[in-house]
Design a protein around this ligand. Sequence first.
Ligand code: MG
Length: 157
Amino acid sequence: MLIGIGYDIHRLIKGRALFLGGVKIPYFKGLYGHSDGDVLLHAIADAFLGAIGEGDLGRHFPDTDPRYKDISSLELLKMVYELVKKKGYHILNIDSIIIADRPFLEPFKSQMKENIARVVNLKKELINIKAKTEEGLGYIGRQEAIASYAVTIVEQT
Ligand code: MG
């Protein structure tokens, strides 16, 4: 078994749709990025890459590559999962945290888990998502950014 950790943060800006866990969430700002800016899926993908010793998302999907412009991060996660399988591993579980002062994310967690479960071939019960706030502190507290952490354990198939 191997463990991996992932982290990501993106800026919140006006004029972008907000995607977290592959769910389009109604909010007046969205996450800036070359892809759709889905920090949760980026943290999970980085955790997978970490577990199998394959560097990070930026190495596999450079933000200078037009193929990944505005791509759904569910597609990126799927490609990373294919690499996990190719290396001879499967996912045992995922635990994650989204840090956002707004919007309130609880109503969207179940759909996020379903999206991730479908892409990485894992039971929904083995995916955990925690939503935390920064209590108004710093740039996340000022709703200028959303961050995410994820850990995963993979096992040789
Ligand atoms: Mg990112």
